[in-house]
Ligand binder design. Structure first.
Ligand code: SAH
Length: 213
């Protein structure tokens, strides 16, 4: 067994121990080489359960949080998913293995380009990527079965909830007076149920396309 494989198996055991039980999420993580997604010089730490730096001052999320968010989405292969904050594309790659199609948005063109190269290298062909302000969602492609936001919103992102199907699920980090929480929203017709999943620390959701990036 190669060294990265051994490290990956150790990471999967840690995730299980930390309460991740969704076999789809665990299998997708097993199939996805995180060392391809981390910033230059961080490959040695790719299978540690920690967030790591990527380009443009952003971060690739901690594997536990990726697993928790994926599990919380209750995905199946009929789902059309919207992701805000492509970053490295790691979470996107995980989603693409479990959903029918993933629409992903990133405000840094350069990050998006790098992520798209990784999707090609891994032959992930069900991902549509767009450089744009994800805070506005993707009205042309709405509604979505599932929405995942990987940057922290200042308040409940109602614009995105409007683009969710009835019975849809959205998972997003949201800031509040007592810190940042990962929230799962479930739509039941017009009703929206909110559930707090964890305390988290994501980079902020920023308005507009990044200049020059
Ligand atoms: N899921 C990513 C996490 C990246 S960090 C990964 O695991 O690699 C969050 C990303 O959200 C950053 O790349 C940041 O540029 C992006 N982002 C922040 N605000 C945004 C917005 N309004 N629209 C699109 N992307 C945004």
């Amino acid at each position: 067994m190669s060294e990265p494989d051994a490290r990956k198996i150790r990471l999967l055991m840690e995730l299980r121990r930390a309460g991740i039980s969704d076999s789809g999420a665990l299998r997708a993580i097993e199939k996805t080489p995180r060392d391809l997604f981390v910033g230059p010089g961080w490959q040695d730490r790719a299978y540690e359960d920690s967030a790591l730096p990527i380009e443009c001052g952003q971060t690739i999320s901690q594997p536990f949080i990726v697993a928790l968010m994926t599990q919380a989405l209750e995905l199946n292969d009929r789902h059309k998913v919207l992701e805000i904050g492509t970053g490295s594309g790691y979470q996107t790659a995980i989603l693409s293995r479990l959903a029918r199609r993933v629409y992903t948005m990133e405000r840094y063109r350069s990050l998006l380009r790098e992520a798209q190269k990784r999707f090609e290298a891994l032959k992930l062909t069900n991902i549509v990527a767009l450089a744009a302000d994800g805070g506005k969602g993707w009205p042309d492609q709405a509604p979505f079965d599932r929405i995942i936001v990987t940057a922290a919103a200042p308040v409940r992102p109602d614009v995105l909830l409007d683009q969710l199907k009835p019975d849809g699920i959205m998972v997003a980090p949201v800031n509040s007076e007592d810190g940042q929480h990962l929230i799962r929203y479930r739509k039941h017709g017009e009703e929206i149920e909110e559930e707090m999943l964890a305390d988290v620390r994501f980079v902020p959701l920023v308005e507009g396309l990044a200049r020059g990036g």
